[in-house]
Ligand binder design. Sequence first.
Ligand code: SF4
Ligand code: SF4
Length: 103
Amino acid sequence: MSRTRQHDSRQRELQHLKRRIDALQREARELSDRIGSMGADRRCKQYAVVDSLMCTGCGLCERVCPAGAITVTRVAQVDRERCTGCGLCAANCPEHAIGLQGT
Ligand code: SF4
Ligand code: SF4
């Protein structure tokens, strides 16, 4: 391959790499925006709330919670930081003592 052709080939490769870098930077910006909006979603999420007058302390919600967000002593208590708002506890509570609330 002549020097000129080698040079042209290098230039094309460089242009290609620059376009790839631009595309990756765009992708990184989009991902960063999405992560930012997920953070906003998390701040607005729902969480479980227990009506302590209705709760019998049976412990079912503690067993079904996939996030380990419920502790039952006398009645169930929800750790809002852990709760993902999935609603499994509310769906399984035999006393209908759990509801979901938004923050
Ligand atoms: S399942 Fe319902 S009644 Fe049982 S501990 Fe949980 S909130 Fe209370
Ligand atoms: S809503 Fe889901 S994550 Fe939150 S306490 Fe109930 S079962 Fe656990």
